[in-house]
Write a protein that binds this ligand. Structure first.
Ligand code: NOJ
Length: 725
């Protein structure tokens, strides 16, 4: 863990001793754009330059559009350093979620790569681009576990699994922060939204979550714990209420669980106007009470509203808030500024020449393309993919020649830099007839007819459908996860031609694809693949690369199944294949299983797993078991498979999931080749939080499952006994 060096502690304390209360509260205030303002907050109404001079701002968000960012940051930093009484540099923050100008696949897609090394790499690239124009802290990674695809922010998540989300949140953090924040290159990361934001009832953004304590700790906490262990610089509490208490005022979970139990020593930054929103939540009568509750719960910086600035002096004078609470917050903020190296060199991050050279540079685009290739998931293929370069291709659909492939939070990118699918195929020498056929959710007069006529001349139809970037991300919850009717009409008209059709789907969340699964020859899920999306998709369609992605989130078959996720708790009446008993946990009008399960994804060859072996059948606390299988490439092409290890604790003091991912390996094999794939199983992998909050393992029988997806049919099984001695 990062230890604040003694000389920094001393420097922070001596600066703190010089600060007025007003200046301390200034350090705890983050201004947006031109002034401290707020949706629903009081704001100060003062121009930002004046507030900086007066020491009433310590950090900022969204100070300028990207191309003006560096100039504006230099200007504002100069005012802070030269014209404020103490000259404390500002902390410039921004949402750099999946790339700055060069955009990478959305986080949900990144998780589908099962490739944390590349995710670490692209996060470092994003940090290099954003950092060199002055940004010092990004509000990422978002590590909220998601089981409900109606929630638009599923796109920003790493999916439904705590283990996978922990690995990717950590890789992102390491990529952003680098080894040492004081060196050039890294920017501070802020894990969000602590905690349970993804469990919003009904999938409606900002809504209440009900999460029991063992569920909270065993499912929702691990990514946050992993990033605290990786020395993440900051944490953002979520907007929502858990068990009656909004997170921004949740002392038990912020100060108790995160700081005291997990040892988080960094800076806690509220979400946008979340302090003021305590009034709307109904736990604070006014801004003074909102400020008192948030600061007492552990919030150090208030983002964009001005409750701290306007009220904490009076609260301290009245004795409702202790000044030592404010001092501790300011210590953490100043320590972060030291850790970033800006107390020594406030302009350290401004390397405008490097910015110009880096953005959309060949290496950055290559990282983007490579990760996009590995993030796409082949959901169905009856053999029509890959297509042959000599085939005449009809590229139909509103996304065939669209630059809308970058997804939510890609406001810094230049749209003209995004490679479309049509452009990429043409560049690769393919004869492509392109026709939208319809807009995303409205018809184009004569569009379907034109598309059908064009497609009638082709050998194969590529149908590029999906949802636009604005339909996922914050405030983009949907209650209907079908594709718009007009896109289905287009698909229907093309099906009538009887030609092979591959659906190329761009979207930010699992959609309902049952109908498409029955009518398409192939389905390639490309998510929002980023700046090089078109190129990545073309490489896959032409078979120059093979799809290797695996789903990080289950695709429901029907809206009524939501939430449907693989790592559920067992019921007392589990459904069993072929059992005619009605009184089992099941629907009477459809299956329990999702359409495509977690961990699922095809490639252009086929694999078979066989012969699960365990090196022993008893595990002791200090020993390990090796669990292995034989993987064979049974197809005609070389390919890569992601072999997955799941474990189930059959009997414990709390009900444990039917399976939990505990490891995965990517194996590349030539046609006909075989490999032994083995995993080490140790006691640590069996631990969980009990109801008393203790994180431990319990003796008993465990089931081991190894295979190519989380679906029972894709898994081989074995069992072992765990003994504590
Ligand atoms: C609100 C969002 O919830 C959060 O994720 C984001 O970082 C902030 N706004 C700042 O833009």
């Amino acid at each position: 863990m990062y230890q604040i060096p003694a000389e920094i502690v001393a420097a922070v304390d001596s600066l703190l001793a010089e600060m007025t209360l007003e200046e301390k509260l200034g350090q705890m205030s983050m201004s947006v754009g031109a002034e401290i303002t707020a949706i629903g907050g009081s704001g100060t109404g003062a121009p930002i330059e004046q507030s900086i001079r007066e020491g009433r701002v310590g950090a900022t968000i969204q100070v300028a559009p990207p191309l003006e960012m560096a100039r504006r940051i230099r200007e504002l930093q100069r005012i802070a350093v030269e014209e404020s009484r103490l000259g404390i540099p500002l902390l410039f923050c921004q949402d750099v979620i999946h790339g700055f100008e060069t955009v990478f696949p959305i986080p949900l897609a990144q998780a589908c790569s099962f490739d944390p090394r590349r995710v670490r790499e692209v996060s470092a690239v994003a940090a290099a681009e954003a950092g060199s124009c002055g940004i010092m802290l990004t509000f990422a990674p978002m590590a909220d576990l998601v089981r409900d695809p109606r929630w638009g922010r599923a796109a920003e998540s790493f999916g439904e699994d705590p283990y996978l989300a922990s690995i990717f949140a950590r890789a992102t953090t390491e990529g952003f922060q680098g080894e040492d924040l004081r060196r050039n290159g890294g920017i501070a990361a802020c894990i969000k939204h602590y905690i349970g934001y993804g469990a919003a009832e009904g999938g409606r953004d900002y809504n209440t979550a009900e999460i029991g304590e063992t569920t909270l700790r065993n499912y929702y906490l691990p990514p946050f714990a992993a990033c605290v262990a990786a020395d993440i610089a900051s944490v953002m509490p979520s907007f929502n209420v858990i068990d009656g208490i909004p997170m921004t005022a949740n002392k038990r979970l912020l100060s108790g669980l995160l700081r005291e139990e997990l040892g988080f020593e960094g800076v806690m930054i509220s979400d946008y106007t979340a302090v003021t929103e305590l009034i709307a939540h109904g736990v604070a009568a006014d801004e003074a009470e909102a400020a008192e509750k948030a600061v007492s719960a552990g919030v150090d910086i208030e983002m964009t509203s001005a409750c701290f600035l306007g009220n904490l002096r009076a609260s301290i004078e009245k004795g409702v808030v202790k000044e030592s609470v404010v001092d501790d917050a300011v210590r953490r903020i100043l320590s972060l500024k030291h850790r970033l190296g800006i107390m020594k060199d406030p302009y350290k991050f401004l390397r405008e020449d490097a910015f110009a050279a880096k953005v959309y540079s060949a290496p950055h685009l290559k990282s983007s393309r490579e990760l996009a290739i590995r993030s796409c998931v082949l959901l169905k293929n009856d053999g029509i993919l890959p297509i042959d370069e000599g085939q005449r291709v009809a590229l139909i659909g509103p996304f065939g020649d669209s630059a809308d492939l970058c997804g939510c939070w890609s406001f810094s990118t230049r749209r003209e830099e995004t490679c479309t699918i049509a452009r990429a195929l043409t560049q690769r020498g393919v004869t492509v007839d392109v026709c939208a056929g319809c807009d995303i959710d409205v018809p184009i007069p004569g569009g379907i007819e034109k598309a059908v006529n064009l497609a009638a001349q082709s050998d194969v139809i590529l149908l590029a459908l999906g949802e636009p970037s604005v339909d996922s991300g914050e405030a983009s919850s949907r209650m209907d996860l079908e594709l718009p009717a007009v896109q289905r009409d287009l698909a229907n008209a093309l099906i009538a031609l009887g030609k092979p059709i591959a659906l190329i789907l761009t979207n930010g969340r699992p959609l309902l694809l049952d109908w498409f699964d029955r009518h398409m020859n192939a389905i390639l899920e490309i998510w929002a693949p980023g700046s090089e999306g078109g190129a990545a998709v073309a490489e896959l369609l032409l078979g120059k690369e093979s799809p290797t992605g695996k789903l990080a989130m289950s695709f429901p078959r029907h809206m009524g199944q939501i939430p449907v996720y693989y790592n559920a708790l067992p019921t007392g009446r589990p459904w069993r294949e072929g059992d005619s008993n009605r009184f089992l946990s099941q629907y009477i009008d459809g299956p329990n299983a999702p359409l495509y399960p977690f961990g699922f994804g095809l490639t252009y060859t086929s694999f078979a797993c066989g012969g699960l072996t365990l090196s022993r059948d008893v595990l002791h606390a200090n020993t390990e078991i090796t669990a292995g299988i034989t993987l064979s490439n049974t197809g005609a092409r070389a390919g890569e498979e992601t072999v997955q290890l799941y474990i189930r604790d059959e009997s414990a003091s709390v009900s444990r999931p039917v399976k939990e991912l505990k490891g995965f390996q990517k194996i590349t094999l030539s046609p006909g080749e075989r490999a032994e794939v083995s995993f080490r199983i140790t006691e640590e992998m069996l631990r969980f939080y009990r109801t008393d909050g203790v994180y431990t393992s319990e003796p008993g029988i465990f089931e081991v499952m190894i295979g190519t997806s989380s679906a029972d049919a894709d898994l081989l099984r074995g069992r072992f006994l765990f003994k504590e001695d």
